[in-house]
Design a protein around this ligand. Sequence first.
Ligand code: SF4
Length: 446
Amino acid sequence: MALKGLDIFKLTPKTNCKECNQPTCMAFAMKVASGAIALTDCPHMSAAALDKFASATEPPMKTIDIGAGECAYKLGGETVLLRHDKTLVNSNLYGICISADMPDAAIEAALTEMTKIDYERIGKRMYVECVYVKCNSDAVRSAEVAVKAVASGRVPVLDCADPDIAKSVLGAIKEAKPVLCGANAANWEAMNAVAKAADAVLGVSGADLNELHDTVEKLEAAGNKKLILDVGSVSIKDAFANAVEIRRAALKDGDRTFGYPSIVNLAALAPGDLVTQAALASIFTLRYGSIILMERIGYAEALPLFGLRQNIYTDPQKPMRVTPGLYPIGGANENSVCCLTVDFALSYFIVSGEIERSRVPVNLLIPDAGGYSVLTAWAAGKLSASSIAKFIQEFEIDTKIKNHTLILPGKVAVLKGDLEAKLPDWKIVVGPNEAIQLVKFLSTIN
Ligand code: SF4
């Protein structure tokens, strides 16, 4: 929340000493409010004033780091409720659930099924990021299962409300920077001590939102601001209402006590019903689940969910682009034909997919076309004979590729004449209008 000039002026020493190169403290405050200078440019600002300024200007929702190494993620940090308001910054994570009560074979099967979900979609790796471990009263067994979760290469999320058992389990996996769920109104002090000692993010729950709010306030007063809020598992209706209420309170009402990411356990909300869990996962992807847990996630659940998440968390203000360059596909070499499309990610992935499907080795050329689709790039002057010729020269395609056959997208067949004039050593071939026609087209061109 931005502070007004007058609010900032109240924080200054009001001596008008000019050491900040401003004529008065009021002038200084106005410049700080406009963002032209920093509050720290005044050498006489008290620590209390700096603290007050920092807490008044901190974002409404905290960014929480979980996991370690290649499994490190950021959650929260959102400033808007809806993607189209601006952008959502830290995408939600998905997790599967295992339990210390499950036999080893069932745990191995669940983890193996989870690790099979690993593919790329529009330049991003798609996989399940978290494993939720429900601990039992046996600390040794719980730690054993938690170690299996860490070995799967995912962030462990522990469910344990017993501080002694939690301490023991965290001792076995604390390098993984897990999430420890289990703090509530009754045990928050002891759980806080355990989480802080292990540098773990603490998951907090409450019988209702008032109790959750009170517990978070107590944890914050005790110095813990690495929290995740459990939306509850009393009923689907309550969990959804809580998720929405918590996020609205933080972003719309400026209630920083609720300014934390949330966790939703669908395995508890719809036990044994994977179809309902998948449907709910899509709802909580849209409405404020930061970590969404399901009993299991197979390809049937992953494909729609990960696609939805990627749509929601892609910045609508930035075109999805691939890096311009030469992309050999299907074992293409210097003797393979070249095919050109634009750097709009969707165009690239559709065209490259069809080329792969054709099983014809092709050098795919991607010039800088501003991240637009073929026709839009051409209409905007981003894809022209000159820009293509310049790309071929800059990326030394002439020398890297001996086969000087260049297939143009059919929609910009109009460029053929100009391109032949600019690239006299090349044979310019007009390709099909649609990527789906490439398979048949490539089978004839060789
Ligand atoms: S240095 Fe600080 S006290 Fe001096 S004029 Fe600037 S704001 Fe005021």
